[in-house]
Design a protein around this ligand. Sequence first.
Ligand SMILES: Nc1ncnc2c1ncn2[C@@H]1O[C@H](COP(=O)(O)OP(=O)(O)OP(=O)(O)O)[C@@H](O)[C@H]1O
Ligand SMILES: [Zn+2]
Length: 467
Amino acid sequence: MSIHLYNSLTRKKEKLVPLQEGKIKMYVCGPTVYNNIHIGNARPAIVFDMVRRYLEYRGYDVFFVSNFTDVDDKIIKAARELKEEVPKVAERFIHAYFQDTEALGVKKADLHPRVTETMPDIIQFIEALIQKGYAYEAEGDVYFSTKSFKEYGKLSSQSIHELLSGARVEIGEKKQDPLDFALWKQAKEGEISWDSPWGKGRPGWHIECSAMVKKYLGDTIDIHAGGQDLAFPHHENEIAQSEALNGQEMAKYWMHNGYIQINNEKMSKSLGNFVLVKDIIKKHRPEVVRFFMLQAHYRSPLNFNEELLESAKNGLERIQSTTDNLKHRLAHSADLGGEKEEWAEKVKEHKADFIKEMDDDFNSANGISVLFDLVKEANKYLQEQQSSKEVLQFFIHTIRDIGAVLDIPIETEEEIMDAEIETLIQERIEARKNRNFSRADEIRDMLKEKGIILEDTPQGTRWKREQ
Ligand SMILES: Nc1ncnc2c1ncn2[C@@H]1O[C@H](COP(=O)(O)OP(=O)(O)OP(=O)(O)O)[C@@H](O)[C@H]1O
Ligand SMILES: [Zn+2]
């Protein structure tokens, strides 16, 4: 079986065929760092982290890049209001972004390029577009000429004519055509700026992603992702810039996450209906927020409220409590065998179903339903008094494994299994044979911490659990 994903460009589910076997180059448009992130902003971070982890789980080597927009109009405005320098404001909110997303289980990208560190590449990119006739200078600004890119509108499936209706050049704007967009903006008096062939200024928003993708991932990548609101105009403009310059497709697959909503309305700063991640994780464990998010398919809209968060919390507790019961039975009951094969088969089937669901456009919602079914089966198994240690371990292992793929920690308190203890004891015997006493002591201490006492006797090492 292979992974299929919905491609916003073709509006179809397609089989994932990487450009290079076994490798995935992935780029996710990152935040503009001028304030703390809300739950809506956390959605792309969490869902594309899930996509990345799942691809890795399926054996792909994923190279994952996500940018920080660390200079733009919004940051300049915020810096002015805070009476601080732009870099200081950006730095503070980059730090806050990492803090919030790390709590939510989001792995850092392989690279987090920033606009301010990519300036020479951005300028070069713009120069090349001018040279090729796709962009023009207008009194210190540079614009992309949308008319010159024949496929403009292909991602959002809009024709230039449709887009043009209603669009107009505002008074004071220097562009030739209403759909043209800024690649370079001349600095206003006192604003942060960089030298360029067109004078002092800074880049427009869209060009940074094109320049960073080219620099760090190449002309064509496998997956380009971001929130649904980025499809137009941001991604449309990225495609125009990159494909005009490179003459190659920018990304094979485009993925867009749906909105987090409050009462069916998009959560956004401008509407003022937002809840900050840093506030919500003071009230709820961050795992609960992640679990809530992954219980919906990434493309569906998802309403956010306390009740739903509460039900996510209960769901997570249900999984945890069954796992605890399995562990308890494993530690305290005899190995009774029972219908071993039949039960092992059931566990295997659930694991296969989980993979099937996730292979189908990363459907973590259905994947989690399979996990709940598995937990139900485990509860049935626990009701049968004939449990086998092997099957108990298989249940625990599979529940944990599915949890790990989604980065939902199922266990807080680690209880060590008999087999793991035996392996460590063997390693300790070897270490002692090799006169590596520090390793031997380390293993003894490690086991002691987990409540396992070792006793060295002339007949060999024995162990027991602390009561
Ligand atoms: N309500 C939401 N649900 C899902 N994703 C969202 C939501 N709001 C913003 N995003 C996504 O968050 C990411 C970060 O975007 P950015 O920092 O530009 O925030 P933003 O779009 O300015 O937020 P806002 O809409 O509140 O102003 C983008 O991929 C954007 O699509
Ligand atoms: Zn982008």
